[in-house]
Design a protein around this ligand. Structure first.
Ligand SMILES: C[S@@+](CC[C@H](N)C(=O)[O-])C[C@H]1O[C@@H](n2cnc3c(N)ncnc32)[C@H](O)[C@@H]1O
Length: 420
């Protein structure tokens, strides 16, 4: 494998690449896994161009993009609407870059004129405003961004989605006050004005350059499905998938809908609290902010003793520490819901896999629940074995220093296979 390695405190660490590869950075989740990891497992599993790869937790499409670059057909499954949109656009390389640039330039002119004339865009309504993280974007950049978005949406063409994706990226990384580290937060220093239109156009130019680089690769199909990995879409053919390469959420208290709230709201994928709740309900239960009455995925792991014991240990610690908040009371429950949801996913996946299919799940250990270690890959391996998969090994992907516990947290790749 091609990681750069470095010694720290006597430990050898796998370092995250600083990659700036074409297409991937059209829009990026902070939690994306690096593209080279996908490539490494394509090679390790010996995936050929007549085979099919699935990423059931596709995020913004790193696996799909890497497969397409390597001439391999792939499917992605993702429930977060903006992530699924990004994945769809990032795998559409069949448009003309020159025409995209000409189209976007004419949009930029319209938007600039509207800004100069001090036109007022349709403001966000009360429901939308309530959904946004407070101060995530200042008034003037928001006004200019809405003017640009109106211009983009008023001139729909085959470039529309690319133009919207470039907008989504700039909205988050240039126009907003958001910072990621890895939780989403708001910078103390607010951006009071931003060159909204030119930044967007620069990003379009980057897309045009990337499209040129990959123009000969656009023949392979990549399909992004808006689906819950616990109920995989029946658009997939039975016995069709050769390989799974994925990074599912893990129980680490991260709320993916918060990380992507601004763009989901402004681009019109989530309109109100009800729709946000629906989106959250379709996600695996990996944090205490998306646990709902009636959730029952935990039943899927009721017979897995190590998970039951770990959940009991977390709850006992809570009682010992006299922690009484609603979230803390849910820690032990969310752990069982998480592994139960993964069990459900692995069970649902089986009919779509070919005999001998190989699977790689990138997951991290964690210690968010009263610092009690959760060895995610090992536990997930037990879950997988209980429903008929074989554990072929656990690779170390990298280690990260936890700011809470000051210890190293392992991110690992659980390797599975399925014999039918
Ligand atoms: C660690 S991220 C994956 C990042 C991805 N590798 C990328 O390149 O962007 C996990 C993803 O799983 C998605 N997810 C969570 N629960 C899901 C479910 N039940 N079905 C499908 N996707 C889900 C989240 O929305 C998130 O995008």
């Amino acid at each position: 494998m091609s990681y750069s390695t470095q010694k720290k405190n006597g430990k050898e660490l796998n370092r995250l690449y600083e990659d700036d590869l074409p297409i991937h950075d059209w829009y990026r989740f902070v939690l994306s896994f690096p593209p080279h990891l996908v490539k490494d497992y394509i090679i390790k599993f010996g995936i050929q161009t007549d085979q099919i790869v699935l990423d059931p937790f596709a995020g913004t499409g790193t696996t799909l993009v890497e497969c397409k670059k390597n001439g391999i057909k792939s499917y992605g499954c993702e429930t977060n609407p903006i992530a699924n949109f990004a994945s769809t656009v990032k795998t559409n390389w069949s448009i003309s870059g020159e025409e995209l640039l000409a189209h976007a330039t004419s949009i930029a002119e319209i938007a600039k004129k509207n800004i100069q004339q001090n036109k007022t865009p349709k403001p966000l309504n009360e429901d939308q405003t309530k959904l946004l993280i407070a101060n995530s974007i200042s008034d003037l950049p928001l006004k200019k961004a809405l003017i640009l978005l109106e211009a983009i949406d008023s001139r729909k063409s085959s470039f529309h989605n690319h133009e919207r994706l470039a907008f989504a990226k700039q909205l988050v990384y240039s126009y907003s006050n958001l910072k990621f580290g890895p939780e989403v937060g708001v910078s103390r220093k607010k951006k009071e004005d931003v060159d909204v239109i030119n930044l967007w156009l620069e990003d379009i130019k980057k897309m045009v350059k990337d499209l040129k680089l990959v123009e000969t690769h656009s023949v392979v199909d990549s399909t992004s499905l808006n689906c819950d990995a616990r109920f995989i879409s029946h658009t997939l053919q039975p016995n069709s998938i050769d390989c799974v390469i994925t990074s599912p959420p893990y129980p680490n208290e991260k709320d993916y809908t918060r990380t992507t709230r601004l763009e989901n709201v402004i681009l019109g994928y989530i309109h109100n609290a009800e729709e946000l709740k629906e989106t959250k309900k379709n996600l695996l239960r990996s944090n205490t902010k998306n646990v709902y009455k009636g959730d029952a995925d935990d039943l899927w792991v009721k017979d897995i003793q190590s998970i039951q014991d770990l959940a009991a240990q977390i709850e006992a610690k809570r009682i010992e520490l006299n922690k009484t908040s609603g979230f803390e009371k849910l820690y032990h429950k969310v752990l069982k819901l998480y592994f139960g949801g993964m069990a459900r996913h692995l069970m649902d996946l089986k009919p779509y896999l070919k005999d001998g299919a190989k699977l790689a799940y990138v997951v991290g250990d964690q210690a968010s629940y009263f610092r009690i270690p959760v060895r995610t890959a090992a536990l997930l391996g037990e879950v997988a074995e209980s429903i008929g998969y074989t554990v072929d090994g656990i690779d170390l992907f990298r280690e990260r220093l936890s700011t809470t516990t000051k210890s190293f947290i392992r991110e690992e790749v659980l390797l599975l296979s399925l014999k039918k």
